[in-house]
Design a protein. Sequence first.
Length: 341
Amino acid sequence: MTETLWYTRCPVPTASGLAHSLGWLGETAANAGLEFGVLQDAGPELAGHHFLHDLSGLIREGGNVPALAARAQGSPTRLIGLTWIDESQAILVGPDSPVTDAAGLAGLRIGVPAWAQDQARSFPRAMALHGFANALRPAGLTLADVRVVELAVEPDPQVRTEIQSARRSTTWGVDELLDGRVDAIYVKGARAKEVAAEHGLRVAVDLDASATKRLRVNNGTPRPITVHADLLESRPEVVVGFLAQSLRAADWAAGDLDGVRAVLQRETLSGPAGVVAAYGAEFHRGLHPSLTDERVELLGVQKQFLYTHGFLAADFDLESWVAPEPLARAREIVAAERVPA
């Protein structure tokens, strides 16, 4: 029997993260007679569930690499929503590098984090590889046209989650780029923008500038909301309530950019300039989760990339993973609240 609604997230803009910061997720748990717990506050003994998603009562909104890897390993999860927020993905080169476009990457040494202790925790490696693959594609190049230099990872990431290691996981390779051991690195997010500015690193390829979302697919695009199957089966109303609070938070965010940015400075471990640079002026209008055909298809693109490059233990059917009913019901509830009495 589930006694606690557990929640875990990553250091990025999400409606559920805003709902948590506003106290609304805790209210949902309390109204259902449940305790409310956040993995990031619970200590190292529970941190691994952020990746394995094998804790009954857990809802996770975070990077798709751990979510897909956990599902591929047999974790009993269901996909209940997807969000898409572009978060400043770029290929950086050193201050004196002559490279100014994708074609210039040919033959270069690219910094890619080494494998972590398992596939789910290897999300920095997956991000870098897919980021470089997407950057090379417009120039007719592939990963075979560059030289991968593996970057050392922290020896014991067991107790770390994506939010706790945000400063490192989005900026792997800065030291190696500055001292000449590599020629280019992949970075993303608010903190990455700040790091680039601090060290005078230049953007060789701005992935956010791509007109097609296919070239922006990565760990956070699209970002899945997943739930442990036990919670969905035993307390579906709690899952619906969680999603309804996320939708309300997305509505609130659309009308209060300053409030959203204040929350995100804490969530992203970044300053105000980093938040503005990474996410732009309109991101707060698009935080609503959905399960559109386009988003599911783009998640399928990511799944195929991860499977091809060894990040998934097995392939699985994406469509059967999707549970659309909770989000549909949450939308009905929130829509009814918007109608004047």
